[in-house]
Write a protein that binds this ligand. Structure first.
Ligand SMILES: *[C@@H]1O[C@H](CO)[C@@H](O)[C@H](O)[C@H]1NC(C)=O
Ligand SMILES: *[C@@H]1O[C@H](CO)[C@@H](O)[C@H](O)[C@H]1NC(C)=O
Ligand SMILES: *[C@@H]1O[C@H](CO)[C@@H](O)[C@H](O)[C@H]1NC(C)=O
Ligand SMILES: *[C@@H]1O[C@H](CO)[C@@H](O)[C@H](O)[C@H]1NC(C)=O
Ligand SMILES: *[C@@H]1O[C@H](CO)[C@@H](O)[C@H](O)[C@H]1NC(C)=O
Length: 449
């Protein structure tokens, strides 16, 4: 599983203090790249329907998702022959000029179910028992790994002004009959997938269900419904050198910013798709190896810029390949981290370790949820119109500083005496205990299906 990586990521992050020189360099870099883009008039993939009028086009546009027989498939052994700075190319995805796509996706009701509060409900929650789910992950089974305060399992999400549809596993299976539901993304999306499997599995007799071995694509199958609930590991959405679910590299990420074809070949058969992507872009820079680049030359770009390119390639697939009458697509927004206790309790040290209650300050927002990323996602999904529904889990999960495994999970690496003496130093404040917060993300999915 991907956890050694995510942990190395988290411990790195939790040790790092905000770094002002770095920020300054970043700002200069952004300023330079804006200037560069403004004046660059070089165009390679000029599409015929976009004839420049009086002004030259400021960017080089690349049409994504073109089959490239010459390109090697990226894997964890791939490397860049050379690296230069970002050339300013942009993804010209299919929806770019569609004016009607600008309209906001129609919400199904007037009530905003993402705005609300957590209420203690120890009669209906948890929706399943941790030890009753045979597919539970060792990284998420917090009670089993020593967590004794169990209130985190008993919270219900209560939208202001309306109620969520009541969860029913049978009703969910009826919606899934004859269909493939696929989660595509990183370990947070896998967290949500395991939650969904646990929510659904109990009503299927043990001999009528199966789980394929852990692989890039993992499949839970329920015979009597002829339905599957699947997870595809694709943390960066586009093709990358980190597409092996176990062995991947965060330190040197190489992506093909203009192609999701490697993964879409697997996800295109699903009927309901649930995507996420965020944390893997949080540490820059990312190396870009454009399709058709023959000599292994890369460009380098900051995480947000690279994510925007990848999301563009993803949006192009959604805009051009998806028939919304046949398939549903969801995008799950950023899952918040809780690395800095001082953000919810001024003047204190530490992180999510030892937290047992949600934050009750309405509108609380921590530094882990990047606003610029949210704006970028917001713009992009708006342009996709009704083809994508957003499951906006960020605000509701921000409140749940108590929902992370912290030290109560299986760790891959052996912990040193120094670490053991300072539990906050190795706490997992990224993923979520199950039963817990991702169950509510799935209730929201159920609500919109
Ligand atoms: C549920 O909560 C109520 C009030 O907070 C408490 O009195 C009761 O003991 C709890 N029940 C269980 C099963 O935890
Ligand atoms: C099962 O579902 C698949 C689609 O996922 C469909 O092609 C197939 O015909 C179904 N089989 C039965 C027996 O209904
Ligand atoms: C890197 O450069 C070497 C020598 O120029 C070449 O043989 C090799 O194919 C290049 N690698 C890639 C991935 O194109
Ligand atoms: C954990 O929380 C309890 C209760 O708030 C407190 O007494 C204890 O000192 C905390 N432990 C650590 C290591 O922060
Ligand atoms: C998600 O909700 C937050 C407020 O809670 C909002 O600022 C943001 O724009 C929303 N994101 C999307 C993609 O709808």
């Amino acid at each position: 599983m991907a956890l050694p990586l995510i942990m190395s990521m988290s411990s790195k992050w939790s040790r790092k203090r905000p770094h002002f020189p770095l920020l300054a360099v970043l700002l200069v870099f952004i300023a330079c790249s804006v200037l560069y883009n403004e004046f660059s008039i070089q165009r390679i993939h000029e599409s015929p329907d976009h004839v420049p009028t009086s002004q030259p086009a400021p960017f080089t546009y690349v049409k994504p998702n073109l089959p490239q027989p010459a390109s090697e498939v990226l894997d964890r052994f791939s490397s860049c022959n050379s690296t230069r700075s970002f050339s300013g190319k942009k993804i010209r995805w299919a929806g770019l000029d569609v004016e009607s796509g600008r309209r906001r996706r129609v919400s199904q009701e007037s009530c905003d179910v993402f705005s609300g509060k957590w209420v203690l409900d120890n009669r209906s929650y948890p929706l399943y028992g941790e030890s009753e789910c045979p597919y539970m992950s060792e990284q998420l089974a917090c009670h089993k790994h020593g967590r004794s305060d169990l209130q985190y399992q008993h919270w219900r999400w209560q939208p202001h002004g309306c109620n969520l549809k009541r969860w029913s596993a049978i009703e969910m299976w009826e919606k899934l009959r004859g269909k493939r539901l696929m989660f595509v993304g990183d370990s947070l999306n896998r967290n949500q997938w395991i939650s969904m499997v646990c929510l659904l599995q109990s009503v299927i007799p043990a001999n009528k269900r199966s789980m394929t071995p852990n692989a890039q694509l993992t499949i839970f199958r329920a015979e009597e419904y002829n339905a599957t609930v699947e997870f595809l590991w694709a943390p960066l959405l586009v093709e990358s050198n980190s597409d092996d679910p176990v062995k991947h590299r965060l330190a040197e990420r190489i992506i093909r910013p203009d192609s999701v074809l490697k993964h879409s070949a697997q996800w295109e058969h699903a009927d309901i798709l649930v995507f996420n992507s965020y944390l893997w872009w949080r540490q820059g820079p990312v190396k870009l190896m454009w399709s058709g680049e023959e000599n292994g030359a890369c460009e380098e770009l900051d995480g947000l810029g690279a994510m925007e390119l990848a999301m563009g390639a993803w949006a192009d697939w959604v805009a051009s390949k998806l028939n919304p009458l046949k398939k549903r697509v969801f995008f799950v927004t950023m899952s918040p981290t809780h690395f800095w206790k001082r953000e919810w309790e001024a003047g204190s040290e530490g992180n999510c370790y030892n937290e047992t209650r949600p934050i009750d300050r309405e509108g609380y927002w921590g530094s882990g949820s990047d606003l610029a990323t949210m704006r970028m996602v917001d713009n992009l999904v708006s342009r996709l119109g009704s083809k994508v529904s957003v499951i906006n889990v960020t605000q509701l999960s921000e409140y749940r500083k108590d929902g992370h495994p912290s030290i109560y999970r299986k760790f891959w690496e052996t912990l040193s005496p120094q670490q053991l003496g300072n539990p906050a130093s190795y706490s997992d404040c990224i993923h979520w205990c199950l039963p817990g917060v991702p169950d509510v993300w799935n209730e929201l999915l159920f609500h919109f299906l």
